[in-house]
Ligand binder design. Structure first.
Ligand SMILES: [Zn+2]
Length: 61
């Protein structure tokens, strides 16, 4: 059974692309192509649908 991720590891799933890289790949600026945002606080780890209503992380609608 995999150990529980730390909040820091959880949020690291948001990726580390720079705004330039995101733009170059036509990804959504908000979720960086994930389609969801990873957020954690005090051990409560959740995913939030991208508020930009992008198409699974792709820029443009
Ligand atoms: Zn998005």
């Amino acid at each position: 059974m995999p150990r529980k991720m730390t909040d820091q590891e959880w949020e690291a799933q948001n990726g580390s692309l720079s705004p330039e890289q995101v733009q170059a790949r036509s990804l959504c600026w908000c979720c960086r192509g994930n389609g969801v945002l990873y957020t954690a606080f005090g051990g409560v780890q959740r995913t939030v649908p991208c508020p930009e209503k992008c198409a699974n992380g792709r820029a443009g609608r």
